[in-house]
Design a binder for this molecule. Structure first.
Ligand code: ZN
Length: 203
């Protein structure tokens, strides 16, 4: 299957439905794909991932596993705090313009350490060691915008996904053109560490 065939084969809506169905299989305890080695040889010559996922580096949020997708389906960018930086954007654009992905999914998660650190920084002035503080300060405006007494971290996680979706849509002409041609959707959601469920976020 070449890239054009793949694009004809799956719509952005179908791509999103595949991820939602995979997450359902995962949470219900009967995954069907996993990381199979079955089509390793087939994949060695080319890849046609149908979705780009921008997720957190947190070890409890394994993207292919929680969406129950095999190797070759997801083009994954992982960075603590799942925000957009210049190289993440370039990677995302590669997934769309060169590989033909039809969906971008920004995936936050409950109890995210990166957003917890941003909240801590605002609350107590605690400075993280080394370059970690750069990352904390990148997320501080999100934490400031969602300031509240209870549920602050979860509100910041939610707002970070929403803001990142908006940023992707407004920053990339490759994304904007593909969305305008109904070849791409950009959506977001949060993963619950305890239930395994991905809940969509309206942006
Ligand atoms: Zn995280």
């Amino acid at each position: 299957m070449d890239r054009e065939e793949r694009e004809r084969a799956i719509s952005p809506e179908a791509a999103l439905a595949e991820l939602q169905a995979g997450n359902r299989r995962f949470t219900e305890g009967h995954p069907t794909f996993g990381l199979q080695s079955a089509h390793r040889v087939e994949l060695a010559s080319a890849q046609y991932p149908f979705a780009v996922v921008l997720g957190c580096s947190d070890s409890r949020v394994p993207v292919e596993t929680l969406f129950d997708r095999p190797a070759g389906d997801l083009f994954v960018i992982r960075l603590a705090g799942n925000f957009l930086d210049e190289y993440g954007l370039a990677t995302l654009e590669y997934g769309i313009a060169i590989l033909g992905a039809r969906l971008v999914f920004v995936l936050g998660h409950s109890s995210c350490g990166a957003l917890t650190a941003a909240v801590d920084y605002l609350e107590s002035g605690h400075v993280a060691p080394g370059t970690i503080q750069h990352l904390v300060e990148r997320l501080t405006p999100i934490a400031r915008a969602t300031r509240r007494d209870r549920g602050w971290v979860e509100a910041a996680v939610h707002e970070n996904v929403r803001a990142t979706v908006t940023e992707i849509l407004s920053t990339s002409s490759i994304v904007a053109d593909a969305v305008a041609q109904n070849k791409l959707k950009v959506v977001g959601g949060t993963y619950d560490l305890a239930t395994g469920l991905v809940t969509p976020i309206e942006s």
